[in-house]
Design a protein around this ligand. Structure first.
Ligand SMILES: Nc1ncnc2c1ncn2[C@@H]1O[C@H](COP(=O)(O)OP(=O)(O)O)[C@@H](O)[C@H]1O
Ligand SMILES: [Mg+2]
Length: 255
């Protein structure tokens, strides 16, 4: 369903036009078109192997498209490498966190600010302090990243992405492996990031966590859009229920 948007926001922040990606004979993303409005939070669901992570890779530039266009803030970024897309305002977290394990939390985030946002070190330091506050990592700034427990490694993924000052943040199963209480804590942080004006695309298997944040859901299967609508409508869709049999969408996290 289309969302009502004002004239000033007529250009979507992200506009995927008919993008496809194959690996060998396998069509992993198959002629997918998708638009995300500035300020929106979009959830992406789908079974394992549906092409969700590949979709993120296509948006971030980690994997090139075989065909189609990736347009960001009105600019065709299809041929730009990941570093330049990052500078344009696209940041991501990885499904498997991969910080610089030997560096401290602070140093990891500083690297993001200096290289991802092209900031001079003095400006970067102030920005890093703010990002550490925002992600709840300020008390752990001096810890070695490789020794962090899982929730903090997830927070560090967020912090490293935020360090690059993104307009669009891509989250790939960031709540995976956390306890319910930890998911609640992470939700608070993600909501605050969104409230600060960052547009979000969030892939997540923990559907009740997604539903606590997103305005809209897209369900993927075999690299194609199954449906795209308000979250409750998507979860009630018979095709989605079939894919997600066993997942209790009514289960809710009380923030
Ligand atoms: N670099 C790659 N080379 C070959 N096959 C890949 C590659 N990346 C993903 N695939 C395949 O593409 C399909 C979709 O993968 P992925 O995008 O990771 O799905 P999801 O994140 O939805 O679980 C899977 O069958 C996977 O094995
Ligand atoms: Mg994945």
């Amino acid at each position: 369903m289309s969302t009502t948007i004002g004239a000033a926001q007529a250009v979507p922040l992200l506009d995927l036009r008919d993008v496809s990606r194959r690996f060998g004979a396998l069509r992993v993303v198959d002629r997918l078109s998708l638009q995300v409005t500035q300020g929106e939070a979009l959830g992406v669901i789908g079974p394992n192997g549906a092409g969700k992570t590949t979709l993120m890779n296509l948006i971030a530039g980690d994997v090139p498209v075989n065909s189609g266009q990736v347009v960001f803030a009105g600019r065709d970024v299809t041929d730009l490498p990941p570093q330049e897309r990052c500078r344009a305002g696209i940041a991501r977290s990885y499904q498997v966190p991969h910080p610089f394990v030997g560096l401290t939390v602070y140093e990891n985030v500083l690297v993001g600010a200096v290289f991802g946002a092209d900031m001079r070190e003095s400006a970067a330091r102030a920005h890093v302090a703010q990002v550490l506050q925002q992600t709840g990592l300020a008390p752990k700034a001096d810890r070695i990243a490789g020794a962090l427990p899982l929730l903090d490694r997830k927070r560090l993924e967020l912090a490293r992405a935020l360090a690059t000052r993104p307009r669009l943040l891509l989250l790939d199963e960031i709540a995976g492996g956390l306890t319910d209480q930890e998911v609640r804590e992470l939700l608070d942080t993600i909501r605050a990031i969104r409230a600060a004006g960052v547009t979000i695309i969030w892939i997540e298997h923990i559907v009740h966590a997604l539903l606590a944040v997103v305005d809209r859901l897209v369900a993927l299967d075999f690299g194609r859009k199954v449906t795209e609508d308000e979250p409750q409508a998507v979860m009630a869709d018979p095709a989605v229920r079939e894919i997600y049999m066993g997942i209790d969408a009514a289960e809710e996290i009380v923030p």
